[in-house]
Design a protein around this ligand. Structure first.
Ligand SMILES: Nc1nc2c(ncn2[C@@H]2O[C@H](COP(=O)(O)OP(=O)(O)O)[C@@H](O)[C@H]2O)c(=O)[nH]1
Ligand SMILES: [Mg+2]
Length: 501
């Protein structure tokens, strides 16, 4: 379809008056058959294009849906009847004059209208993300809002949608712009000091006042950075690895949670070698769940050894571990070691699996170095009265009878809430490495500024250097919201958009 349009675009019909340039159009709804398709046009020749398509000299009422026949600009043939929405700039998504057509979603209908638009000189098919890029250049959105919009289009779960929506609505933007304002104030005051010195026109102790504001700002940024990467984890999905020795039911558990036989299950040890990943939506949180090879050191099989290495690598990078234990084996161990508790068993277990650093345990207490749930599987194979299993992070299940699975899902969702948090407007979380880098650099310069303030007992500050530290911090915030950008950065951000957005 797009090829057809490109061809028509390149063969601009000379019979119609040539427009200056750069009005773009695209199908903004998804490709393929659908009930209604939305076609968007933006740029200074939108009014002319709209008049040509409706075969009228009058533009419709702004921002109202109006039913019209849509005609080919040259042949005047009616192509379809649909709703027209006219958005004169700057009150439009892009900030430019633009309009949208809601037409029947058949492939031929959409093709005919795109071809009709392509036949109008100076109109061309939009590049991916070009509408949003124009909105950014016309200051309709800042960079964090653009990123929020990209995430909104990619969001697969409810909580991802909520986080992206709040960001599109400016939750991060408001926070970062508030910080920018404080910094701009600080820079202005320090520069005034450089220009005028401590004259009567300047407030006494100005630098101390600026330092107080910067101190609060540095603390706020520090707190924002120390959020356990909640926003990033929610955006990317919670990386969860199922670990345990062979044959404990790891693959059975993955199949049960994703409700399909994704992994091969057999009684043969070493069945799973490759890492098998599935993406799940648990109570609105995204879970990237990986089944792995059973961990054992006895194998001579080089393929299984490679699988074990991959499992251990994944363990290092994971946000959440689901440690699977065979209930039968634990019961047998308990019969021999009556005096020893469950913590001892788990400590021996992780030592054997060569993931000792997962657990800190004494007889009474157990703690985990990363978020972890311990699943005692195969509960169907025998009765047991070991009450110590029913703790916060232990759960007894049977993949065979599905007993305990609802409880496990509930416990997983609690872990997901801890890892991702709840997106909120008041305390938005950053969710991209880019944000983290700019904020860390901003904080470094703020700390240098504060070091200058505290290092000089005589209060004879080097104001030139101090102003430069603040300007550097300000530049980082500018990069964050997009006042200071490069084409390279913009290309990276806009590459994730589709045509029509
Ligand atoms: N009785 C019983 N058998 C199970 C249970 N879960 C898994 N199994 C069996 O244990 C064997 C190993 O299961 P699998 O999921 O391949 O274990 P993995 O090696 O840890 O991935 C298979 O024969 C499964 O049918 C369970 O809850 N109860
Ligand atoms: Mg397996």
């Amino acid at each position: 379809m797009l090829n057809v349009c490109r061809t028509v675009c390149s063969q601009k019909l000379k019979t119609i008056r040539l427009f200056s340039s750069d009005t773009i159009f695209a199908l903004s709804s998804g490709h393929g058959k659908c009930g209604v398709a939305v076609i968007r046009v933006s740029g200074k020749n939108s009014p002319t294009a709209l008049k040509l398509l409706t075969d009228s000299n009058v533009l419709p009422k702004a921002r109202s849906a109006i039913l019209r026949r849509i005609k080919h600009p040259i042949s005047k043939e009616t192509l379809d009847r649909g709703l027209i929405l006219w958005f004169p700039g700057p009150k439009s998504f892009t900030g430019e004059d633009s309009f949208e057509l809601q037409v029947h979603g058949g492939i031929a209908v959409v093709n005919a209208i795109l071809n009709a638009l392509g036949s109008i000189p100076s109109l061309r098919l939009a590049e991916p993300g070009e509408f949003t890029r124009r909105a950014f250049h016309n200051a309709k959105l800042d960079l964090t809002e653009v990123e929020g919009l990209a995430d909104l289009l990619q969001a697969e779960t409810e909580l991802q949608r909520r986080q992206a929506y709040l960001q599109t609505e400016g939750s991060l933007s408001k926070l970062y712009n508030k910080w920018k304002k404080t910094l701009t104030n600080g820079v202005a005051h320090v520069e005034a000091h450089i220009d005028f010195g401590e004259t009567e026109t300047l407030e006494p102790h100005l630098i101390e006042h600026v330092a107080k504001d910067i101190h609060i700002l540095a603390r706020d940024i520090e707190q924002h950075l120390a959020d356990g990467r909640k926003g990033e984890i929610l955006r990317n999905g919670v990386k969860t690895v199922i670990l345990g020795e062979p044959n404990v039911g790891k693959s059975s558990l993955l199949n049960l949670l994703c409700e399909r036989p994704a992994a091969i299950v057999t009684p043969i040890e070493g069945t799973t070698r490759d890492v098998l990943e599935v993406t799940l939506n648990i109570h609105g949180y995204p879970l990237v769940l990986a089944d792995t090879a059973g961990l054992r050191s006895s194998t001579k099989d080089i393929i299984e050894k490679e699988g074990i290495e991959r499992a251990l690598k994944l363990y290092e990078k994971s946000n959440l571990v689901i440690l699977v234990v065979d209930m039968e084996k634990y019961r047998n161990w308990k019969r021999i070691h009556e005096e020893r508790g469950i913590n001892k068993y788990l400590k021996e277990y992780v030592d054997k699996l060569k993931i000792s650093n997962l657990i800190d345990a004494s007889d009474e207490n157990i703690s985990f170095t990363k978020q972890c749930l311990v699943v005692f599987n195969k509960s169907d194979l025998g009765q047991d009265e070991d009450a110590s299993i029913d703790e916060d992070h232990f759960v007894r299940i049977s993949c065979k009878t599905e007993d305990g699975v609802a409880k496990l899902t509930h416990m997983i969702s609690q872990k997901l809430r801890i890892l991702c948090g709840e997106p909120s407007e008041e305390h938005p979380s950053m969710n991209q490495l880019r944000h983290r880098q700019h904020l860390s650099d901003c904080l470094k310069s703020l700390q240098l500024f504060l070091d200058e303030v505290s290092s000089d007992d005589t209060k004879e500050y080097d104001l030139v250097i101090m102003a430069e530290y603040l300007r550097k911090s300000l530049r980082q915030l500018g990069k964050l919201v997009g006042n200071v950008t490069t084409d390279q950065l913009l290309n990276v951000i806009f590459k994730d958009f589709c045509i029509g957005k």
